[in-house]
Design a protein around this ligand. Structure first.
Ligand code: FAD
Length: 458
């Protein structure tokens, strides 16, 4: 089912009777299955006796995106094109601003369906489309278990405040999406695409984009790879997740965040798969669902409700106050971005984490915390530290540029956290040090893991 609370009419228009198809403007949910927005388009098209068209606007130089991100996304779009074709749905990929591509194809649509984003530029594009289109534009919230406005109506203070709100309603949303097949195939439509997705690397080569950060071999994008990862996770990793997830060398997490970021897999299907698997202890399944639903959707809440959430200014007042009181403290080390990106600090654990990030597009969650805390310790000012951390996060991580990026970087600077014992530079912000890593984890094994992962990219 598609819960009504996932659906919003973005304008007042009624269906265009002469429309030749129902259009789904795909952006956040880049998948041909487990996608409530696509499902809504199919049901509408079946009701009107029309085919379904899915469109995607592929632009050069998307802000902060580079060849690494594009390559992963194009793998996903390639999977999507194949699956849509087998379902009798036309997939049109055109060169240009996503909103322009959607608006142009909306001219012949009976109605347009879009997915929901919490990022400012995408929200603005949806507003522009809804205003300019002459047919209905309907938004379906596909990328969360509990719709953000159902979970809360304000920026939540911490996980502990959003958790009960999510738990109260999540049974209603943790249900499979019943999928319908289109009754009218789109084969007769002649809508040209600008790119041939049977050759994603050819498409990548044709785009004008930042190529300074290379694609990685560690992660192939797309729904096929995402489902393989999910199955690997259920079969080999979920049992013991609650205890193992923090060990950086254990590979005991799902590695699905890049796929969630590009919408190659649905959080609802992931949560259901884990919950209903019967694998591991209740604690393992609960811990995974806590990360996937409560923690992840706290980030969506932050992006949706906190003005300027991408900036240092959006940090809680107590955090900015304590950081500013310690802004003049002497720093033992101050590193430029160049030294950080070259993985050449005095701290070998940090360098290992940075190597994992630069070369493979990923880093273990525990190391991400350590990594960001050290940038705070080694920057001239807390504002510099925040901006450097976010910039590196978004440049190298496949899952970067996500609400989760902003909320988690901000967490390292006090967001959704509490005050701790005061100390130099950090003030009352939570501190981490290498002794903690050495005490709790097998850091030699983490280094060996990073060595292997980096070598595999060569
Ligand atoms: C400084 C810092 C930067 C981060 N940057 C990003 C980022 O750019 N993009 C991103 O998606 N995540 C980010 N995270 C959160 C977290 O590290 C990753 O989501 C997680 O490591 C992804 O690995 P996984 O898919 O194997 O996670 P699993 O352990 O398998 O968890 C399943 C899913 O739950 C969600 N999740 C897990 N941990 C968290 C968390 N702490 N907060 C919110 N959601 C979580 C993710 O969507 C993840 O895919 C960051 C964390 C920190 C401390």
């Amino acid at each position: 089912m598609i819960q009504n609370t996932r659906i919003q009419n973005l304008n007042e228009h009624t269906r265009r009777p002469a429309g030749a198809y129902v259009l789904y403007w795909m952006q956040e949910a880049q998948r041909a299955r487990g996608n409530a927005a696509l499902e809504m388009a199919i049901r509408g098209a079946n009701r009107y006796g029309l085919p379904v068209v899915v469109c995607f606007g592929l632009m050069d130089g998307y802000p902060e995106a580079n060849a690494r991100h594009y390559a992963f996304m194009l793998d996903g779009l390639s999977d999507c094109a194949k699956e849509l074709e087998t379902r009798g749905i036309a997939f049109v990929i055109r060169h240009g601003m996503p909103v322009d591509v959607a608006l142009s194809l909306s001219q012949n649509a009976a109605a347009v369906i879009c997915d929901r984003s919490y990022m400012p530029a995408q929200r603005e594009w949806r507003r522009m489309l809804a205003e300019a289109a002459t047919c209905p534009v309907v938004q379906v919230e596909t990328e969360v278990v509990v719709p953000v406005d159902v979970a809360s109506d304000k920026s939540e203070y911490a996980a502990r405040t959003i958790r009960p709100r999510i738990h109260r309603v999540w049974d209603e949303y943790l249900v499979p999406l019943d999928e319908t097949e289109p009754e009218i195939r789109a084969d007769a439509l002649t809508l040209e695409s600008d790119f041939d997705l049977t050759d994603p690397s050819g498409v990548l080569a044709a785009l004008d984009l930042d190529r300074t950060v290379k694609p990685v071999k560690r992660f192939r994008g797309g729904r096929v790879a995402a489902l393989e990862m999910l199955n690997r996770f259920l079969d080999d990793v979920l049992d013991g997740y609650a205890k193992g997830r923090n060990e950086p060398s254990a590979a005991q997490t799902s590695f699905l965040s890049p796929y969630l970021h590009f919408g190659h897999i649905s959080p609802v299907e992931m949560a259901l798969a884990a919950r209903d698997s019967g694998i591991g202890a209740t604690e393992d399944r609960g811990s995974f669902i806590e990360e996937l639903v409560v923690r992840r959707e706290l980030a969506m809440n932050y992006a949706n409700f906190a003005p300027g959430f991408e900036t240092y200014d959006a940090l809680p007042d107590w955090a900015k106050k304590t950081l500013s009181e310690h802004a003049g403290d002497e720093r033992e080390y101050v590193y430029t971005s160049d030294v950080l990106e070259a993985c050449k600090t005095h701290d070998t654990h940090w360098n290992d984490a940075m190597r994992e990030m630069v070369h493979t597009g990923f880093m273990h969650n525990y190391m991400r915390m350590y990594w960001a805390k050290k940038i705070l310790e080694w920057s001239a000012t807390p504002e510099d530290a925040f901006n450097t951390t976010l910039a590196l996060n978004n440049k190298y991580f496949l899952d970067g540029r996500d609400p989760n990026s902003y909320a988690n970087v901000a967490w390292c600077f006090g967001l959704h956290d509490r005050a701790w014992t005061e100390r130099p530079v950090f003030g009352k912000i939570r501190y981490m040090n290498a002794n903690g890593l050495n005490r709790k984890f097998d850091m030699a094994a983490y280094r060996a893991f990073v060595d292997r992962a980096v070598d595999a990219e060569a």
